[in-house]
Design a binder for this molecule. Structure first.
Ligand code: G3I
Length: 390
């Protein structure tokens, strides 16, 4: 049984919102997991006049997006769209050890900051907050890592990486994803603490997490430091086991005085999902906030690969997912930011990671391939407009 109070409240707010806008027609409440096509719902908000960044800021929130050096540098229209709608930029590749065409760490002794510096300068030039992603992960490690790092030098290599990177951007970074995805895909298998097998765990033990946060805090005491993970969103046994394991990890870190300030919830959502339960997610957010942590939605997108082929139907379903999810999470005052994993459908890892079906492009993000606002943009705008002020 899903708690309808939240939906009822949104229905009242929607009505109020539409009355305010003079938009006829009542909103149509929906049971979580059941989404009406936009054909049965009046349009949400006029897009474009007031940017997502402005709508977020008016509620004390931050709206941002991930992007890549190669895309921002080659497409001035993308750059302009990002500056218009976003108050924060996170490099999708350039601050990882190695990803795509970005090789931050070409060798054990070298750092190549050129692409990440370009991104930091872009952010600074356009008054965008800058978020670092990610200092410690078991993926996107450079070619030399496996044959170089071992139990005797792992701490020194980790320390050198964190200190050099965090000090390099000290004073220019809003927040750091210190550790990414340290809990296994399925915490019910494997270790009792649910930790993901990784070189860091193998060489340094579970203490690598506390160590990483302490090194980052020492290198930049002013940066907001967060732990980031995925698979926390839906009402199913797998996601529930992940939420429990992440909560246990956060409780353990807090109990030992680790300098952690927030949880990053990636929020890679599924358009076809029928197990979204606002009450379940809201309960988890409340538990995280109860630890004294802030919450950041860090990689929001909606995978539409398994939705019907019709673009209007897909866009409507994707918009519904954005609105239902954001209405739920923004109800939690500890949530301080919403960051999408890309801004335009032209630049999304989902197009590269997953094969396209029947020649269709994926449509997971607020702007289409031509940087035009989609129903998803309007859904995000509406959720921001209706969010309680921080
Ligand atoms: O573009 C090249 C292509 O030319 C080449 O043939 C191919 C095979 O080498 O690689 C392609 O680049 C890949 C790129 O994705 C584009 O698909 C990179 O190797 C690959 O590293 C990169 O993957 C990134 C992934 O993180 C690993 O770093 C994705 O772009 C990025 O969106 C993804 O982001 C992650 C977050 O960091 C953590 N949370 C999950 C999220 C999605 O997986």
């Amino acid at each position: 049984m899903v708690d309808d109070s939240l939906l009822t409240r949104r229905r009242v707010m929607n009505l109020g919102f539409r009355t305010m806008l003079g938009v006829a027609g009542a909103s149509i409440a929906r049971r979580p997991g059941q989404f009406h096509s936009s054909a049965s719902k009046p349009d949400r908000v006029a897009s474009g006049q007031v940017s997502l960044k402005q709508r977020a800021a008016s509620k004390g929130l931050i709206f941002g997006a991930a992007s890549r050096y190669q895309d921002l540098r080659s497409n001035p229209n993308l750059a302009a769209a990002l500056v218009k709608d976003c108050a924060l930029l996170v490099p999708e590749w350039e601050l990882k050890w190695s990803a795509g065409s970005a090789l931050l760490r070409p060798s054990p002794d070298d750092f190549d900051f050129r692409k990440a510096d370009w991104m930091a300068n872009f952010a600074q030039t356009h008054q965008l907050l800058f978020q670092g992603h990610t200092l410690v992960w078991h993926l996107s490690l450079p070619h030399w890592f496996a044959k170089t790092v071992h139990a005797q030098n792992a701490e020194q290599i980790l320390s050198q990486h964190i200190q050099r990177l965090v000090q390099h951007y000290r004073g220019r970074i809003h927040s750091w994803c210190v550790v990414n995805e340290a809990i296994a895909y399925d915490p019910r298998q494997g270790r009792s603490d649910g930790l993901q097998e990784s070189p860091w765990l193998a060489f340094l033990g579970p203490e690598y997490l506390d160590l990483s946060f302490r090194m980052a805090a020492q290198a930049d005491p002013r940066a907001l430091l967060f732990y980031n993970d995925y698979g926390l969103d839906y009402d199913n046994p797998l996601d529930e086991s992940k939420r429990r394991a992440v909560l246990k990890l956060l409780e353990r870190l807090k109990a030992q005085g680790t300098p952690i300030h927030a949880l990053g919830i990636q929020a890679h959502l599924r358009g076809e999902a029928t197990d979204f339960n606002p009450r379940k997610l809201r309960e988890f957010l409340r538990e995280v906030a109860g630890l004294g942590l802030k919450i950041m939605i860090t990689e929001l997108d909606v995978n539409d690969l398994r939705l019907p082929a019709n673009e209007n139907t897909r866009d409507a379903r994707v918009a519904d997912v954005y609105e239902a999810y954001l209405t739920t999470v923004l109800d939690e005052p500890a949530v301080i930011s919403v960051i999408t994993w890309g801004l335009s459908d032209r630049y999304t890892y989902l197009a590269e990671d997953l094969s396209r079906i029947q020649g269709r492009d994926v449509r997971p993000l607020p702007l289409d391939r031509n940087l035009q606002a989609k129903p998803a943009w309007r859904a995000i705008a509406q959720a921001l407009d209706q969010a309680p002020h921080r």
